[in-house]
Design a protein around this ligand. Structure first.
Ligand SMILES: [Zn+2]
Length: 153
């Protein structure tokens, strides 16, 4: 009896059907960080325009109405919102806090992120407020420092 060969491996795909093929800083492919972090937005802008700008410069262009800067930020925010919506459907959080360098985008990030989140989250989790971390890109370091402290007596 002739055996049917196994199907070829599926092409990599992001969890929400977004862009594919980007290597994440951890080495895996297409993690959210590879598409929706500050460096990822810088990369998207560079790939779209050929210009190598930092996140603050891309944000300044977006605030002035530059359509390509708006496009890359909106795409990242939308992806992040969709991923968070799916995660919230599993975890039903009371609040979602956005930290890291990307949080410095403020309303540029939160507007499209909230739209995508609300579209994907179920009615219960949909009510969770989405806020920016007060410590922005220092939140991870502060959290790591607090974790390293000995437990209180
Ligand atoms: Zn990763």
């Amino acid at each position: 009896m002739k055996r049917t060969p196994p199907p070829p491996p599926a092409a990599p795909a992001s969890a929400v059907g977004g862009p594919v093929g980007r290597r994440c800083s951890c080495g895996a492919a297409d993690h959210v960080e590879a598409h929706a972090s500050g460096p990822a937005i810088e990369r998207s802008y560079r790939e779209l325009t050929g210009d190598r700008l930092g996140l603050a410069a891309v944000a300044a262009l977006a605030r002035s109405g530059d359509p390509r800067a708006c496009q890359v930020i909106t795409a990242a925010a939308t992806l992040l919102g969709r991923v968070l919506g799916g995660a919230a459907n599993l975890l039903d959080p009371d609040v979602i806090v956005i930290a890291g360098g990307v949080s410095r985008l403020g309303p540029l990030l939160l507007g499209p992120l909230r739209l995508a989140y609300r579209a994907d989250a179920l009615p219960g989790p949909r009510r969770a407020p989405i806020r920016l971390a007060a410590l922005t890109d220092r939140a991870g370091l502060v959290g790591a420092g607090l974790t390293a402290l000995p437990p209180a007596p």
